[in-house]
Design a protein around this ligand. Structure first.
Ligand code: B12
Ligand code: SF4
Ligand code: SF4
Length: 369
């Protein structure tokens, strides 16, 4: 596909760039809905598709077997929508102001920031639906669109990097040189294509420059508590706390317990230590969406379905299901010697949920050895 890369447009800064009145209008539509427009790019992900396959071949996706599904679409996102030719990429800034405290055990375990607010799959989709209406007005009714927010087999970070607004860091996150990495991604796949306005930039993140890049920095790799960032720009989900506490079903290996006690759901460490996230103000829009303030380990370890829905319903934490959240709470309470929960380990080891049963038994073992 012959495309032309125009001068990099710093759309994340929401500057009044004058490269294109059309892109300006889209930037404004995004802003009106609390989003940042990062750019529009083609759907060619050939190089990233190859990287993705290597990553899978090495088993780095851990137990996320679904990541090997729909490979034809992942390698060719034009299959996502009839006549699809481009992707408009948007970001939602969710930074809540957390700081990294060098591994200290805080009073209560932390929840990753994105998970403390309402479920982004839902609210970003509703924001993007409004932006799509505007796109239809601007680009004409002959164009059609499909919204995706982590809901299709799409290499979202690779697509975002092609706009030139962000780069991929050694922590594998999409990082904006001025805004850091605490933003969520959403895309509008579209039939529209204008070779003059499509941004097509391959990542140039090896060197540090004005437009981003890690250079010789290795902070994320050094501070990752579990060694999951064992190669530059590649994660091993088999070692990532975020994988174990969110995606994994069943027991969590003992070697990760001390970290589950600090981060009970997800993990922000490799982002909090990143220089690109320094001196960031919290996002007011994200603060207003906050649903989880703090965690009560007793309540979380023992909650029934109704309590689970009351506390965690509508948040990204439901991804781990009630079983996963109870499991994480038992582990955190055990490491923290929270007697309110450890006194119940005998009862919990008879629980009808096999994961809870096994985790409680392992917890008793942990405390007695
Ligand atoms: C599976 C998944 C996970 C897995 C695996 C993470 C991973 N790094 O792959 C787990 C459960 C561990 C995870 C954790 C998190 N996730 Co997640 N996750 C995804 C998901 C669904 C797929 C990612 C994927 O395909 N990974 C496979 C790898 C190989 O692909 P990739 O990282 O996208 O890399 C591509 C390019 O970056 C490039 N590339 C990779 N390596 C290299 C190397 C070089 C040299 C070059 C040039 C290019 C390059 O090619 C790759 C393949 O195409 C995406 C949503 C989506 N559909 O994309 C969200 C997504 C990546 N996650 C997101 C978030 C917020 C998180 C967490 C921060 C949540 C948390 N606080 O716990 C952590 C961050 C951990 C981390 N350091 O990545 C956001 C990231 C936003 C951002 N600014 O980057 C996404 C995009 C969801 C969204 N819509 O916003 N996640
Ligand atoms: S999310 Fe946490 S465990 Fe996973 S790579 Fe980043 S620092 Fe390591
Ligand atoms: S901490 Fe350093 S190496 Fe890691 S992503 Fe940020 S700039 Fe890159």
């Amino acid at each position: 596909m012959a495309v032309k890369f125009l001068a990099k447009i710093d759309l994340m800064r929401n500057s009044n760039h004058n490269e294109s009145p059309l892109l300006d209008q889209i930037t404004r539509a995004a802003q009106d809905n609390g989003l940042k427009f990062m750019g529009v790019t083609s759907l060619d992900v050939t190089r990233d598709g190859e990287r993705y396959q290597t990553w899978l071949d090495e088993g780095r996706h851990a137990g996320m077997t679904w990541m090997a599904n729909h490979m034809a679409i992942r390698n060719n996102p034009t299959l996502l929508h009839p006549n699809a030719k481009s992707a408009f990429v948007f970001g939602f800034d969710y930074f809540l102001g957390d700081k990294w405290s060098l591994g200290q055990m805080e009073l209560t375990p932390k929840v990753a920031q994105y998970a403390r607010i309402a479920d982004y799959h839902k609210f970003m989709r509703s924001k993007l639906t409004k932006v799509t209406k505007k796109l239809s007005e601007i680009l004409g009714e002959q164009e059609s669109f499909r919204i995706t927010v982590d809901s299709a087999p799409l290499l979202e970070r690779a697509i975002a990097a092609k706009t030139g607004s962000i780069f991929i860091g050694k922590n594998t996150c999409a990082i904006h040189p001025k805004q850091g990495s605490f933003f969520l991604l959403g895309e509008i796949i579209s039939t529209w294509f204008d070779p003059e306005l499509i941004l097509e930039k391959q990542s140039t993140h090896q060197n540090r420059s004005e437009s981003g890049g890690c250079g010789t920095c290795r902070r994320c790799q050094v501070h990752c508590p579990t060694g999951a960032l064992d190669q530059d720009y590649r994660i091993d989900a088999r070692k990532c706390l975020s994988y174990w506490t969110i995606e994994h079903r069943g027991e969590i290996p003992r070697e990760y317990w001390q970290w589950v006690a600090r981060y009970i759901f997800g993990c922000d460490i490799c982002q909090l230590v990143c220089p690109y996230n320094r001196h960031r103000p919290a996002s007011p829009e994200s603060q207003s969406l906050t649903k989880i303030d703090s965690i009560d380990l007793l309540e979380m370890a023992t909650m029934d379905q109704a309590k689970y829905e009351e506390i965690f319903g509508g948040t990204p934490m439901t991804r781990a299901k009630r079983s996963g959240l109870r499991r994480n709470a038992i582990i955190a309470a055990t490491v923290r010697r929270d007697a309110r929960v450890t006194d119940l380990l005998g009862i919990l080891s008879e629980d009808e949920d096999p994961t809870i049963k096994a985790t409680a038994k392992a917890a008793i073992d942990f405390l007695t050895k």
